[in-house]
Design a protein around this ligand. Structure first.
Ligand code: SF4
Length: 513
């Protein structure tokens, strides 16, 4: 045994990630607080693979692909460019997995040159850190989910509110800077986790104060109070009367289409009148708007037509004995066809429920047939008018103007973004158009969303772009980041373009636009 004292090996250096304000010190072999970056042998690595969209049809479940039609992940070390010419019409480098150069005191991680149909294009790619962001959620259902402005909770925390309903759909506004940063830590953390799950296509359980519990997942049917919603309504009660007036004529004496918004009564309605429908002496208990159109026949709920009714006769008053007659037939139906009942008046002019006659069954089926499947839609909404513009250009207002003048195409993970008119770059994008797991988070808390700006090279130069940091598409496909980045990429994932989505590298304006 030697007397020489052993000198402990120096502890491996931690490295600092400066991709967000948390600025983690990460030990070798460990990941940072967001699990997006890690220290591998002293090198900062962006862990999620860089996602490249290929201009080919998506073959869900096809050979070698997953649900996105993805080609299995390839580590960059195992790939070398085969020398073939890659065009901007064939592959598009998204920001998913690209990393960021936050807080944008240097150019974005990838500024990629490509050619589309003879036009020189540039795409600037970065993962933006959004604290001004949220999700607008559309839930196709007539069922009452909650009153307008009612708080929406996840894990007991308020993460948003019910906003104005749309035609056949209930709407939620979730997230936003107030819930992310304006409340206590738990509210911010749960809000961020809720947005992340929704934007990445996961199912999220929400509870609405004074209303329903609903499970929401982008592209899937909503589940309201444990029941999966099947159909979106064919129209409001008045519209349904109009659509089916001619088909019901001669088959039944009266039709009432029960709807929380407008309950329609055939014999009084404009549609019934113009085709010669006879008066029946029916009396509806509700606020008459115009003939045959009634508001507020019941309270909102999860029963007939989005009301709290389980027995539709509760909206009928006494029939007018001068007009009504025994044997008069009445069909009551909801706007999805889910509820339907048939009655005939007895000698005392009271409706008596009977089996729906065969002659009326095709029309109730036709209502169901005309209802679209009920879905949840999730639009990511964020403000990209802040510092990330400096990663695109030395003159940020130049980018804002270029976007507003429709010279620059904005995409989110390759998905088309709707940019709001007015100031800033306030955008919305459908999360189902994006490759899977497009979003991340940082614990500040904020959502990390991929964003790409694509424009003609000449326009990029004119707006003060970082021309000296442009790399060819072939290099980007090999994972070679610009010299401004201090991280490396772990691998690449190729996915097929979303069906129907415009190709993200196509110029917006001009002869070939
Ligand atoms: S939270 Fe993530 S992005 Fe932020 S510094 Fe830590 S590792 Fe980097």
């Amino acid at each position: 045994m030697s007397d020489t004292p052993t000198i402990p090996a120096p502890a491996p250096q931690k490295i600092r990630c400066d991709a967000c304000p948390v600025m983690c010190y990460i030990a070798d072999g460990r990941a940072g607080a967001c699990d997006r970056y890690a220290n591998h042998d002293g090198q900062l690595v962006r862990l999620d693979p860089l996602t490249v969209i290929e201009n080919r049809a998506r073959t869900v479940g096809g050979a070698g692909g997953d649900a996105d039609g993805d080609i299995p992940l390839v580590p960059f070390l195992d790939t070398t460019w085969d020398g073939s010419i890659v065009g901007g019409d064939r592959q598009f480098v998204t920001a998913i997995g690209a990393g960021t150069t936050y807080p944008d005191y240097k150019p974005a991680p990838f500024i990629v040159a490509s050619e589309y149909d003879g036009v020189d294009m540039v795409t600037v790619v970065t993962e933006g850190i959004f604290s001004y962001c949220g999700a607008k959620v559309k839930i196709d259902t007539d069922r009452h989910l909650g009153s307008e402005c009612a708080p929406v909770r996840a894990d007991g925390q308020v993460v948003g509110h019910v906003t104005t309903s749309e035609y056949g759909s209930q709407m939620l506004s979730l997230g936003g800077v107030t819930h992310l940063t304006g409340g206590d830590k738990k509210e911010g953390r749960v809000t961020c986790a809720t947005l992340l799950a929704l934007c990445n296509g996961a199912a999220v359980d929400l509870a609405i104060d004074g209303g329903a519990e609903v499970t929401v997942q982008a592209g899937q049917a909503p589940v309201v109070n444990g029941l999966r919603e099947e159909r979106m309504r064919v129209g409001c009660g008045s519209a349904t009367v109009g659509i089916f007036a001619a088909q019901w004529q001669g088959l039944v004496d009266e039709v009432v289409v029960v709807d929380d918004h407008i309950t329609g009564v055939m014999s009084e309605h404009q549609a019934g009148k113009v085709i010669g429908w006879e008066p029946t002496g029916i009396k509806i208990l509700g606020r008459r708007s115009t003939p045959g159109r009634y508001f507020q026949v019941a309270e909102p709920g999860t029963g007939w037509g989005g009301t709290d009714m389980t027995d539709p006769l509760t909206i009928l008053g006494p029939w007018n004995p001068k007009i009504a007659r025994p044997g008069l037939s009445l069909l009551m139906v909801s706007t999805t066809g889910e509820h339907a009942a048939y009655y005939e008046l007895d000698e005392d002019l009271r409706p008596v429920r009977m089996e729906i006659p065969d002659r009326l069954i095709p029309s109730t089926r036709r209502i169901e047939e005309n209802c679209e499947p009920a879905l949840c839609s999730v639009l990511f909404m964020g403000g990209a008018g802040g510092s990330l513009r400096a990663g695109v250009t030395r003159n940020p207002i130049g980018l804002t103007r270029s976007v507003q003048n429709a010279l620059t195409r904005v995409t989110v993970g390759g998905a088309p973004a709707y940019v709001w008119p007015g100031g800033g770059i306030t955008l919305m994008a459908d999360v189902t158009q994006m490759p899977s797991n497009a979003f991340g988070y940082v614990p500040t808390p904020a959502l990390v969303a991929p964003i790409e700006f694509t424009l003609r090279r000449a326009d990029y130069e004119a707006l003060g772009g970082h021309m000296d940091h442009i790399v060819p598409l072939s290099e980007a496909l090999e994972g070679t980041l610009g010299r401004q980045s201090d991280h490396v990429l772990s691998g690449r994932r190729d996915v097929a373009r979303a069906p129907g989505a415009p190709w993200p590298a196509r110029p917006l304006k001009g002869p070939r636009g």
